[in-house]
Design a protein around this ligand. Structure first.
Ligand code: ATP
Ligand code: MG
Length: 137
């Protein structure tokens, strides 16, 4: 079975939407197999988003991601990576399909409520980043 790394970003945590968002994952058939809550340091956010460091929005992204606590969870299921991204909706909430998490909980392109791994390779790296001790079977 496939696993993906999911983050509920600071704006969604601030609007008290953790339960609502986790429910959407479960209703889609994804199983939560690991979870933690933390306030990312600048170092952690910079390392996590290292692939975007040359992008014009990088500073704003790190500022936002360190602005408050996040929840990080590993989701498991058949085709979990693509299914999770489908439930999240498009990166830009203006383009996110109705009923998706970003359509309902995003505040802007940067403050778009959730993160999801985009490939098997990034999922493995992102899961190891937040759960270095491993995830139970
Ligand atoms: P994520 O990686 O968070 O799941 P994504 O894969 O849909 O989202 P990426 O292209 O990886 O989007 O961008 C990472 C994050 O950077 C986005 O989720 C968003 O918060 C922010 N971001 C992306 N593009 C822009 C932009 N043009 N302006 C501002 N912020 C942006
Ligand atoms: Mg991405």
């Amino acid at each position: 079975v496939e696993r993906t790394l999911s983050i509920i970003k600071p704006n969604a945590v601030a609007k008290n939407a953790i339960g609502a968002i986790l429910s959407r994952f479960e209703q889609a058939g994804l199983r939560i197999v690991a979870a933690r809550m933390l306030h990312l340091s600048r170092e952690q956010a910079t390392a996590f988003y290292a692939v975007h460091r040359e992008r014009p929005f990088f500073a704003e992204l790190v500022e936002f991601m360190t602005s408050g606590p996040v929840t990080v969870q590993v989701l498991e299921g058949e085709g979990a990576i693509a299914l999770h991204r489908e439930v999240m909706g498009a990166t830009d909430p203006a383009k996110a399909a109705p009923g998706t998490i970003r359509a309902d909980f995003a505040d802007s392109l940067t403050e778009n409520a959730v993160h999801g791994s985009d490939s098997a390779e990034t999922a493995a790296a992102e899961i190891a980043f937040f759960f270095p001790e491993g995830v139970c079977e």
